[in-house]
Design a binder for this molecule. Structure first.
Ligand code: OXD
Ligand code: MN
Length: 627
């Protein structure tokens, strides 16, 4: 008998032992045995793809009180994370890098040996008296060129349950895979818990990524962005694998935009966290394939993409019947939903921006909550956290795209990059070509820190292709990979830059309503098929007023004024020049392997801006460019 299975046997039920021994890959048994040896669980529970196993995980999440069944609607539960565990934690997340190597100055890294010793020290005996749950997952549709297998050992039933909603089951895939098949590994422990089943040792939170062993370690955290290994953790490993193998793993939504005569055009879109990614993917009347992570491959010289996940772990703030009707409806209907860090009162969840009044007391991440309650630092605790979330399976959404599980993925017509840029970029523009789009919109993507990560909000930063928090290869390499990828395609997807956060330069107010993005999508859909003209500007092709006016009426039944158009689509030369400066400086100072194309493309953009300025001045109406 395989020695690892032998070691595991005493901790497994007979049935679970059977399930494990049917997997032919001894590396699977080795990983689980070593995890068990380190963390010392009392027992091990193997979750296969069977409905029975999945139901057991769900029941246990509630039985252990990691999820509370205090909500009235059937299938709804709520989970609370600790006060210091309400977002992804950049400080605690590090790459383990062998001595003498460095990924990039912009990335948080630690010497591999030192980091391994540290995180193993924290994980030692962390599961004493608990059950270690083993989950097998297929990232991307099973049985496809995109499939990557993942295995997670965790002592959190909440994490195991979330994985049901968010990923495709993979036990069957592990059974089929050969004895030497590759898989990503995650070892997670919630660490010490208080009586409310919340991780408490936040100073000992560690999220370490070991590229060399394809392994992630996560401990003393429950927030799903840090603990559900297949979300942003395995993503980091996938980025590296993609880089070696010549495809792309991206922080991108995937959606079908519906054009004239029943046409559907697929778009991928990169947006930093909390910058409108999920609400773009969920636009009413369009179809969603994914809201967070996409794998993109060149299949017969066509860019094809899949959603790595099968569910949404979405920000619930501002989900209301007006702006996000479909999700709102789902969250108000019976069916499986895990809410996290909302306010609960009388069996009902409440969140910020839900479009109705919130109760003045209830239960939230701080325990019993009442208006005016303060935290240790004397700050008022909001009724629900800004980064409160919901987890749902995509297949429960009425707008889920039927191609979700297509093993060949969907053909990408367009790719969009969207930042949080108050000053420079227009709401939507099309790049001159693939390279220009990758550099001027993707690599130059600027945003501000948001509540989705722990730390100060509103700090401006470059967030290359919205992937910077997750990148596990040198940043310049990532840009190069993207440039190369497009060059090999027969017809690369059309690249667009979008900006939902442009503000009026005089009064600082947002220039667009939340729903306006729907018009931009419809315009992009038409541009992919060359069905509307555009105006050439120094930063890209801009929509024409007449086209937008028609689309505003058609999509939102709104009268779009020329004045709004001119404000939104004027090229702001000083702000654009300053942006180019910031981007150049960032790459010069932080990214020693930046491809020269980046500087070349920005240099040309600067030249176009200066030329236009000489002719039209600092602020250039799109109409002057048209003439
Ligand atoms: C997410 C994130 O949860 O990017 O998707 O923070
Ligand atoms: Mn994300």
């Amino acid at each position: 008998m395989n020695p690892y299975l032998e070691v595991l046997q005493p901790k497994l039920s007979k049935a679970d032992y059977q399930k494990l021994s049917q997997i032919a890959n001894p590396n699977v048994h080795e990983f689980i045995a070593k995890a068990s040896d380190l963390c010392h669980p009392e027992r091990i529970s193997i979750c296969s793809d069977s409905a029975e196993d999945i139901a057991y995980v769900r029941r246990q999440a509630v039985a252990t009180c990691e999820e509370k069944a205090i909500l009235t609607l059937p299938g709804h539960t709520v989970h609370f994370d600790g006060e210091h565990d309400q977002g992804r934690d950049r400080q605690a997340t590090k790459y383990l890098v062998p001595r003498g190597l460095s990924l990039s100055k912009a990335l948080n890294q630690i010497d591999r040996q030192e980091g391994l010793a540290e995180v193993r020290g924290v994980l030692k005996d962390a599961m004493n008296g608990r059950t270690m749950i083993v989950r097998f997952i297929s990232l991307g549709p099973p049985n496809s060129v995109f499939t990557i297998l993942g295995l997670q050992c965790t002592d959190s039933w909440y994490v195991a349950h979330s994985e049901d909603l968010l990923y495709r089951p993979g036990y069957g895939e592990f059974l089929k895979a050969g004895p030497k098949s590759d898989f990503l590994r995650v070892l997670h422990s919630a660490g010490k818990l208080n009586e409310d089943m919340v991780s408490v040792e936040h100073e000992k939170k560690r999220i370490y990524i070991d590229n060399m062993d394809n392994t992630i370690y996560s401990v003393n955290t429950q927030y799903a962005g840090n603990s559900v290994g297949f979300k942003k953790l395995a993503f980091r490993l996938a980025i590296r694998k993609a880089s070696y193998e010549g495809w792309l793993a991206e922080h991108m939504l995937l959606m079908g935009a519906h054009g004239p005569n029943g046409r559907k055009t697929f778009f991928a879109g990169a947006f930093p966290s909390a910058c409108g990614k999920t609400s773009t993917a969920m636009l009413p009347g369009e179809t969603i394939l994914g809201d967070d992570i996409a794998y993109i491959r060149d299949i017969d010289q066509v860019a094809r993409a899949v959603n790595v996940e099968a569910g949404i772990f979405g920000i619930i703030q501002d989900i209301n019947p007006k702006d996000d009707a479909l999700i709102f409806k789902l969250l108000e209907s019976p069916g499986e939903v895990i809410f996290s860090n909302v306010l609960v009162k009388d069996g009902k969840p409440y969140w910020l921006g839900m479009g109705s009044d919130l109760p003045k007391d209830g239960v939230n991440f701080s325990g019993a909550w009442y208006e005016g309650k303060k935290d240790e630092a004397g700050n008022q605790i909001p009724p629900a956290h800004k980064n409160a979330r919901y987890a749902v399976a995509l297949k429960n959404l009425e707008n889920c795209d039927p191609e979700l599980d297509n093993p060949q993925g969907v053909e990408l017509g367009g790719v969009m990059y969207g930042g949080r840029d108050a000053k420079a970029y227009v709401p939507v523009q099309q790049s001159f070509d693939w390279e220009h789009g990758i550099i001027a919109y993707g690599a130059s993507l600027e945003t501000e820190t948001t509540f989705a990560t722990i730390g100060e909000e509103g700090v401006p930063e470059i967030n290359m292709m919205s992937i910077q928090d997750f990148i596990s290869i040198p940043l310049g390499q990532n840009i190069r990979n993207n440039l190369e990828f497009g060059k090999k395609l027969k017809k690369p997807p059309v690249v667009f830059g979008v900006n939902y956060f442009l503000r009026d330069k005089d009064n600082g107010k947002f220039l667009n309503a939340i729903q306006d993005k729907h018009v931009w999508i419809k315009w992009m859909e038409l541009r992919v098929h060359n069905e509307v003209d555009a105006i050439e500007s120094p930063t890209g092709y801009l929509p024409k007023y007449e086209d937008l006016r028609r689309l505003f009426k058609q999509v939102l039944n709104k009268d779009y004024s020329k004045e709004d158009y001119v404000k939104q689509f004027s090229i702001r030369v000083p702000e654009n020049l300053a942006k180019i400066e910031r981007v150049q400086r960032f790459y010069q100072e932080n990214v020693s392997d930046t491809p020269l194309e980046l500087f070349g493309i920005l240099y040309l953009q600067r030249g176009r801006l200066l030329k236009a300025k000489a002719r039209f001045g600092d602020y250039i109406s799109p109409e002057s460019l048209e003439s």
